[in-house]
Design a protein around this ligand. Structure first.
Ligand code: GEK
Length: 243
């Protein structure tokens, strides 16, 4: 099946307001994220490999902000360990309903529980792997420390967090360069300057990126002894933290 094309920001007069994960976004999401996030297919595929390596028998794997379940399925397809469970969480009903359909077409034996809830309200327990692929950036900044502490507490010793985020740079030249390169990536993928500008303004108060240093500090403060970037393309990066 081919993805529906993302044309949400093509109409110059339609007032789309603040970005929300509603049905119109869910419908075009696979096309949108692939054309908007440099490195997304690599991050998803490697999330699967990391899960295959770090999952332990009988443990839980969490996909927080699962959208349509790309990371969930990548993890599931790489699991040889017995008696694992994947808990896929998203607070957008539109996303989760479509995720349910996708997961139903996959036949791997590992059970997947789909939870429609704010990730702040979901208990993290007996976890070997916790994935936040481009989700923490949408969580209010003031609660991010507490979210990461709870994840640390719910991880088993030897467990990991995979955290992928849009990031900012404290050096203003590098920040401008990486924003420009990201926009060039989007242009190369068929988005017009108008679509890029309108999406940017819709996301302004919704997606709040931080620096990689801030992410590393938060991981250290939560208790993680080891944490660093394993992938980066322009202003999109993925970190791994080990308990
Ligand atoms: C992927 N990980 O394909 N609680 C639960 N879900 C949330 C919250 C929250 N507080 N805030 C946002 N979300 C996916 C892509 S998209 C990234 C993740 C993007 C959900 C939101 O509803 C959306 O589905 C997802 O997090 C972010 O790898 O669109 O850039």
């Amino acid at each position: 099946m081919t993805d529906s094309r993302d044309t949400l920001y093509t109409d110059p007069v339609l007032d789309t307001g603040l970005f929300t994960f509603d049905d119109s976004v869910a419908r075009v999401f696979p096309d949108m994220i692939k054309r908007s996030v440099p490195g997304y297919p690599t991050i998803i595929a490697m999330t699967g490999l990391l899960a295959g390596r770090y999952a332990t028998p009988g443990s839980n794997l969490y996909d927080l902000g699962c959208s349509l379940g790309a990371s969930t399925l990548a993890m599931r397809q790489n699991l040889q360990q017995q008696d694992c469970q994947i808990i896929a969480v998203d607070n957008s009903r539109a996303m989760l309903e479509r995720c349910r359909d996708t997961v139903a077409t996959d036949t791997h034996h590992t059970p997947v529980s789909l939870v429609c809830a704010d990730l702040e309200d979901v208990a993290i327990d007996g976890a070997s792997v916790v994935v936040l692929n481009f989700t923490l950036q949408f969580v209010p900044v003031e609660v991010r420390d507490a979210v990461m502490r709870r994840i640390y507490d719910g991880l088993l010793p030897g467990g990991i967090v995979v955290l992928s985020e849009k990031v900012t740079f404290s050096d203003p030249h590098l920040d401008t360069l990486n924003i420009d390169l990201h926009h060039a990536f989007k242009r190369a993928n068929g988005y017009s300057d108008l679509e890029i500008a309108r999406k940017r303004s819709a996301l302004e108060q919704v997606l709040l990126p931080e620096t990689l240093d801030r992410h590393r500090e938060r991981m250290a403060a939560a208790g993680f002894g080891s944490c660093d970037v394993w992938f980066q393309c322009f202003n999109f990066a993925s970190l791994i933290a080990l308990k």
